[in-house]
Each structure stands twice: as structure tokens, then as C-alpha cells.
Design a protein around this ligand. Structure first.
Ligand code: PHB
Length: 359
């Protein structure tokens, strides 16, 4: 019997050769000017046997950064750097989207133009540390965005999406998950605004829906996906009623032809164990649903077979196993990742994980 993971899937205007998705993974290998390096092309090209790669979270603007050596997609040099990666993946028969990212309050003055405060929906500080050139430092209290700055945020996502297409990506994934800027607007743990972008659920969902619509208008809804994490308390973010909030958000996304809905189905920190109805989200959305969080191949096949999801995103296995798809097919053992080289410069722990020998 054919295992569902190894069956093709249509995603908007492209065909995926299997139902494996490589999840976006921060690797902190960008060079000066946050430019993706040729090594990133090798890294992604090595992993092109997956149906879809979602390339790592990538800044839509200079203020969108919160980590050392993460790439951007807002300068000509960055677009040229990304072109090497998309060419490598396409030459190897793969498909690749880019995750568009604004960190909001999960940042530090060190990363901000002119040493300014990071921006957020409200001046509510996240508990936690940020890794700067001086080591781990507290995150500062952010500056609340003025109402008249919000169109500029939407525009930065729209422009970044156009740049991603110019760089050869097959589409983009809007990062509305994991406690970053768009998620800070969505969830009431960080959004205390009293204007049209805060308060009730419809107001908190407004910015995400505007960003999605602006990108769809620029590059096509069928090349525009979104990632959400309704009950993830990572980055000190929670919500008082996530089911109602995300039911509303997904109803607003439904019927517009968006490429996919990608959900992190739980709490990466393990703290929030509230029940959540993922199937309802999928049904409401009505399009391709990507499930993520700790799946192995057995659970993935089961989730695909029983209609829980259309595609499964795997993160960690792809770091140490460039041939994760083949290893899964053969039932071969998986290599363990080296946690010490996740964010260190250079090829070691990045492009030097071996493929299976002797086949
Ligand atoms: C990280 O760099 O740790 C990171 C980035 C994006 C995420 C989650 C974690 O969505």
C-alpha cells in the first residue's frame, strides 16, 4: 500500500512530489547585511527531496529583526542571495516558499535601526532574554506602533512578498505564529490597543487579514500561505480564548484561495495543554492544511490517512538528515542533530550532515 506521505499534492499552482514539508528553521548563517550566503543554497538544495521547503523566518524590513545573523528579504543583495537558494532547490526538483517575519517585541535595541526600541502592538514587555553581541540580555519594553504606522507594516510584508517572488520562491508563508509581531496583534497577552487593531477578536485579527490580502493582491492568493500557533506560549504569549480567536481568523481566510494554513498544533514549551479543535480549523479553512509539532513518520501517515491534514511539516529531523524523505521510505535510522551547531557560523552542523551511505 502506498503510504500517504509519498503521494503527490497540488498546492496552488504547483505540484508537490510528496507530503513532507521542511518546516522553517532559524540557522543564523546570514552574512553581512543579513544576506543569505552560498552555503544556504547548498543546505536547501541538499534537502530538495521534500515536497515543500519553507525556508527560515526572514525579515521583511530592518525593524523586523530580533536575532543575530538571520536573513532579510528587503534589499537587492538579500534577493540576490536568496536567488542562489531557490535555483539550487529548483535544479534538484524541489519547491520552496519563504517565511516572512517581523519579530515585533522579541528584539533588542541592538538590532534596531538607530538603536530605537523594538515595535509592538502595545508597550508590553515580553519576559525573556535575547541573544545579542553582549550575550543574553533582557528584552526591552517595546514601543507601541501608532495607528498611522500600521499601513507601513502591511506594505513591508507586501514588498517582501514581491521580493521573494523576484528571488525565485514559489510562494510565501506569512509568519503569524510563535509570539512574533503578527501573533502579538492576534493574542490578547500582548495586544492592549484601544483602536481598530485591538480589543475584540475581529480587531485583533484585522492586521493579519490585511497583510494576507495585500500579499495576495501582489503575488496571488495561491502563492500565499500562513502559519499560526494558537496555543503556543513560546515567547511569553498567550490568549484568553484561542479557539474563538482562531476560528474567527480562519473564517476570514476561508474561500479566498490561499495556498495553505500551517498550524503548530500545541505548545512548544509544553506549558499550555488546553484542548484545541484543529480539525475545526481545517474544515473552516477548506484548503490545504499543514500540521506540525513533533510528528514522526508513523503519526504523519496516520494523520494524512484519517483526513486530519494534507501535508506534515517536520523540523528537527531535516537538520541532521538531508535525506529524511529517503530514510523514511527505507525505514533507515535517523541521525541526531547537534544542538551546539544550530546557530553557529559556517558549514559545520549545517551542510556537513551525511546522507545514507552505500545506496
Ligand atoms: C528562533 O529563532 O528561535 C525562532 C524563530 C522563529 C520561530 C521560532 C523560533 O517561529
Amino acid at each position: 500500500m502506498t503510504r500517504p506521505l509519498f503521494t503527490p499534492c497540488t498546492l496552488g499552482r504547483i505540484e508537490l512530489k510528496n507530503r513532507f514539508v521542511m518546516a522553517p528553521l532559524t540557522r543564523s548563517r546570514a552574512g553581512a547585511g543579513n544576506v543569505p550566503q552560498p552555503l544556504a543554497a547548498l543546505y536547501y538544495g541538499q534537502r530538495a527531496s521534500t515536497g515543500l521547503i519553507v525556508a527560515e523566518a526572514t525579515q521583511v524590513s530592518a525593524t523586523a529583526q530580533g536575532y543575530v545573523s538571520t536573513p532579510g528579504v528587503h534589499s537587492a543583495e538579500q534577493v540576490a542571495g536568496w536567488r542562489l537558494a531557490t535555483d539550487a532547490v529548483h535544479a534538484a526538483g524541489g519547491r520552496i516558499f519563504l517565511q516572512l517575519w517581523h519579530v515585533g517585541r522579541i528584539s533588542h535595541t541592538e538590532f534596531q535601526p538607530g538603536g530605537a526600541l523594538p515595535v509592538a502592538p502595545s508597550a508590553v514587555k515580553a519576559e525573556g532574554k535575547v541573544y545579542t553581541s553582549k550575550g543574553f540580555e533582557d528584552m526591552p519594553e517595546p514601543r507601541a506602533l501608532d495607528l498611522d504606522e500600521i499601513p507601513g507594516i502591511v506594505e513591508s510584508f507586501r514588498a517582501a512578498a514581491l521580493n521573494a517572488i523576484a528571488a525565485g520562491f514559489d510562494g510565501v508563508e506569512v509568519h503569524a505564529a510563535n509570539g512574533y509581531l503578527l501573533d502579538q496583534f492576534l493574542r490578547d497577552g500582548a495586544n492592549r490597543r484601544s483602536d481598530g487593531y485591538g480589543g475584540g477578536i475581529a480587531n485583533r485579527a484585522r492586521l493579519v487579514l490585511e497583510v494576507m490580502a495585500a500579499i495576495a493582491d501582489a503575488i496571488g492568493a495561491d502563492r500565499t500561505g500562513i502559519r499560526i500557533s494558537p496555543i503556543n506560549s513560546f515567547n511569553d504569549l498567550t490568549d484568553s480564548d484561542p479557539q474563538a480567536l482562531f476560528d474567527h481568523l480562519v473564517a476570514g481566510l476561508a474561500g479566498k484561495g490561499y495556498a495553505y494554513l500551517h498550524a503548530i498544533e500545541g505548545d512548544m514549551t509544553g506549558k499550555d495543554s488546553r484542548p484545541f479543535d484543529w480539525r475545526r480549523l481545517r474544515e473552516r479553512f477548506g484548503g490545504v492544511y499543514i500540521a506540525n509539532l513533533g510528528y514522526d513518520a508513523v503519526r504523519a501517515d496516520a494523520a494524512l490517512a484519517d483526513g486530519h491534514a494534507d501535508l506534515i511539516a517536520f523540523g528537527k529531523p531535516f537538520i541532521a538528515n538531508p535525506d529524511f524523505v529517503l530514510r523514511t521510505l527505507l525505514g533507515a535510522p535517523l541521525a541526531e542533530l547537534d544542538g551546539d551547531t544550530l546557530y553557529t557560523p559556517g558549514a559545520h552542523g549545517y551542510t556537513d550532515y551525511p546522507v545514507l551511505a552505500g545506496i
